[in-house]
Design a protein around this ligand. Sequence first.
Ligand code: NAI
Ligand code: ENO
Length: 370
Amino acid sequence: MKTILIDGLGLIGGSIALAIRKKWPDDRIVAVDVSPAVLEHAKRSGIIDEGSLQLNAVAADADVIVLSAPVGIIIDHIKTLAELSLKPEVIVTDVGSTKQEIVKHAQKLTEKKVIFIGGHPMAGWHKTTISAARADLFQSAYYFLIDDTLIDERHKAAARALQGLLSELDVKWLTVSASRHDRIVAQISHLPHILASGLVNMSQNEFQSSPLSLKLAAGGFKSITRIASSDPTMWTDILLSNRETLIDKINRFHQYLERVRQALAASDRESIRTFFEKAKVTRDNLNEQTGAHAPNFYDLFLDLPDRIGSLARVTRILENAKINLVNIHILEIREDVAGVLQLSFSNQEDRLLAKRELNRHGLPTIRGDQ
Ligand SMILES: NC(=O)C1=CN([C@@H]2O[C@H](COP(=O)(O)OP(=O)(O)OC[C@H]3O[C@@H](n4cnc5c(N)ncnc54)[C@H](O)[C@@H]3O)[C@@H](O)[C@H]2O)C=CC1
Ligand SMILES: O=C(O)C(=O)Cc1ccc(O)cc1
């Protein structure tokens, strides 16, 4: 029996705890969190065996330590662990959304012969806290392991052990360097969060002065700003931990905006059209370009009539055809009007099969439906 310590029992830590519990029921799961309510709830519902408000009270017993608090706390707790006496073969890992700064601080653990493996499950959700945790949160998603921390055979063996421990997550493992990781996520995750929140903040005045505009906020606005509902503490930590890369990305985004501004000032129809055309081609091709790398892109959209049983009908058709639905999301629901249902599949084959079945049952798929 191993003791697994989850430090930060929120969406990610809680989902990892649930997955370990499911696959390895004999392992002992201990959690550290600042919230006594979270620990009590998790203990009562059997997700963990024991909770503690203090990392240093429970770290010495752990065989595996998963650091899953916000990035700033992960760094503080790496420093704490470096001062403690831990089991000689303990594996310390983290799930933080940035990697260079964390890996730099983890050097202190390596100097003390403590194994540290940097990690980042590249999926999640804008809703945080353990109440949103699920054992299958990361199903078919990518999980980065950080090359810089796989420094020798002992560390590589530890990484394999970690992959075994987390096998229930059903992720695809990817090894990248910390710097490459931070560049990638700056572009595809961190910058989009800044833009979404900027757009919402900019719209706030309009919403206040004209409440009608709030009611009219269209599907496009809602889709692009969904992630502005993410946790502010978590995202403050992420931005500060990926500062330089993000400053560069913001400067580059300025250039894109400036080009559109200039084209508008000159009424340059061709440039504006090219701007949208380029984006459309790239976005439409995301499925094909990314292939299995982006399971979330195997989506279908269909109108969902505002009638009792509409949703059940869709899921029944898919169930009867034995098509595995990864995610379901209602994008717009307005009284008496059709909502838009987003159905996500894990591969193109399932997506096309679902499209055929739904169409056959008189449910036409729409938008983004190449
Ligand atoms: N939310 C997401 O979609 C993803 C988040 N991540 C990373 O995972 C980490 C956790 O994120 P979430 O689970 O989403 O956040 P969360 O807010 O759901 O969970 C964080 C947990 O850490 C606890 N915590 C805060 N300060 C603490 C401290 N000093 N000691 C112990 N526990 C403390 C909080 O009470 C909370 O339960 C972050 O580093 C984030 O960057 C990685 C992938 C996806
Ligand atoms: O809400 C969403 O879609 C996200 O952006 C989830 C997410 C948040 C942080 C990460 O480091 C990885 C994924």
